[in-house]
Design a protein around this ligand. Structure first.
Ligand SMILES: NC(=O)c1ccc[n+]([C@@H]2O[C@H](COP(=O)([O-])OP(=O)(O)OC[C@H]3O[C@@H](n4cnc5c(N)ncnc54)[C@H](OP(=O)(O)O)[C@@H]3O)[C@@H](O)[C@H]2O)c1
Length: 347
């Protein structure tokens, strides 16, 4: 038995993958072997983690053998094909894509909210040697994670009836291509040109907001990001009847997502201070109290918590409270949540 966990990172050269590498080091995750995977284009590149260099490999049959956990962040298709192979090779797959999230057999986990559903292993214990261990764990969508972290203490204390959320999502949520596209188009716009639509976003994003993240359904009018938030929130909070409605917007900020949230409580809260205290009691939340003291996307970037500010009562319904929720989509919205899942499994 060894007290180290052997780790794979698929998508190690992407913005989520690089955040995984940063946080594995920063959080002193007890990794032994570390294998990095990306596309053919990155084969042979080197990445430094703490004081060791690791060479990027491509995926191939048997490439996960000997690993205990593999973090996937290369998109739905790679996860669909390769997460089951990681399991066959003996590992737990923690998947950042949307491939398995709504599968009823798969745990969709935010540790602060439903971490009790995770399997538990001792350091050195192999997932494959422990029968019954769930072997694919899904990481939720980034905008869902920060929302459910903020809702959890309110759900526990008051019960929640209805949630309405509008998002302001940064371009890093669309990967490294999204960041490049905003920077290139902004440069062009500043030079007096009119940027054209690029490969990542449905329209030019420089100095503009796009009310579409993912394909829009001609039947419901919702885009795929909105559907993810609505379905995933009910599953993670274990509130099948929760009324939740989402409207998502891509904004020309580089990193972190913000959300305005209207939450209707089942039991009344007496004051803003009481709601702020309830929120502050939640795991992973930092509350900015008062009126003109609030977190921003730039402030939250490079940081772990889900920040909440501008808490106040809705003037048209005394049981509805409004709040501003901000978090780093690459950290709590992706890599941090994935690592926290692994930390809880092996705690
Ligand atoms: N960005 C976010 O805020 C966020 C939040 C939650 C979940 N996610 C999910 O995380 C995943 C990755 O997102 P990202 O934002 O990090 O995207 P990204 O910056 O575009 O990175 C994509 C990664 O996938 C790799 N890749 C592409 N084709 C591959 C292949 N055939 N085999 C192995 N690796 C391959 C890329 O490698 P190369 O560099 O070699 O091309 C790169 O490392 C997506 O499923 C996304 O939905 C993202």
């Amino acid at each position: 038995m060894t007290n180290k966990i052997n780790v794979g990172v698929v998508g190690a050269t992407g913005v989520v993958g690089q955040t995984f590498l940063l946080l594995l080091a920063k959080r002193e995750f007890p990794f032994g072997e570390l294998r990095l995977f990306a596309s053919d284009a990155s084969k042979g590149l080197k990445r430094k983690v703490i004081d060791r260099e690791f060479e990027v490999q491509t995926l191939s049959p048997g490439c996960f053998k000997g690993l205990d956990v593999v973090f996937f962040s290369s998109g739905d298709d790679i996860s669909k094909d390769w997460a089951p192979k990681a399991v066959e090779d003996g590992a737990i797959a923690i998947d950042n894509s949307g491939a398995f999230r709504m599968d009823s057999e798969i745990t969709l986990c935010v540790p602060e909210v439903n971490g009790d559903l995770l399997p538990r292993l001792k350091l050195g214990e192999k997932p494959s040697a422990t029968p019954g261990t769930p072997r694919i764990i899904a990481n939720p969508n980034c905008s869902t994670i920060q929302l459910v972290v903020a809702l959890k203490p309110l759900a526990d204390k008051y019960g929640i009836d209805t949630v309405r959320v509008s998002s302001y999502q940064s371009v890093s949520g669309a990967g490294k291509g999204g960041i490049e596209e905003l920077l290139e188009q902004t440069k062009l716009a500043l030079e007096g040109e009119t940027p054209e639509k690029g490969k990542t976003f449905p329209k030019a994003i420089a100095f503009d907001c796009l009310p579409q993240i993912g394909a829009i359904s001609s039947t419901t009018g919702f885009c795929s990001e909105e559907t993810k938030i609505m379905n995933e929130s009910r599953k993670i909070l274990r509130l099948a009847d929760l009324k939740v409605s989402a409207f998502t917007v891509r904004v020309p900020t580089l990193n972190s997502h913000a959300e305005t949230v209207w939450v209707t409580l089942k039991k009344p809260a007496s004051s803003t201070a009481e709601v702020e205290r309830c929120l502050a009691s939640g795991d992973g939340i930092q509350v900015f109290e008062g009126t003109e003291n609030y977190p921003t996307q730039a402030f939250a970037s490079g940081d772990d918590p889900v920040y909440v500010g501008r808490v106040h009562k809705d003037p048209i319904d005394a049981t509805t409270w409004m709040m501003w929720v901000v978090s780093d989509n690459l950290r709590k919205g992706a890599a941090l949540n994935g690592i926290q899942i692994a930390e809880k499994i092996w705690s």
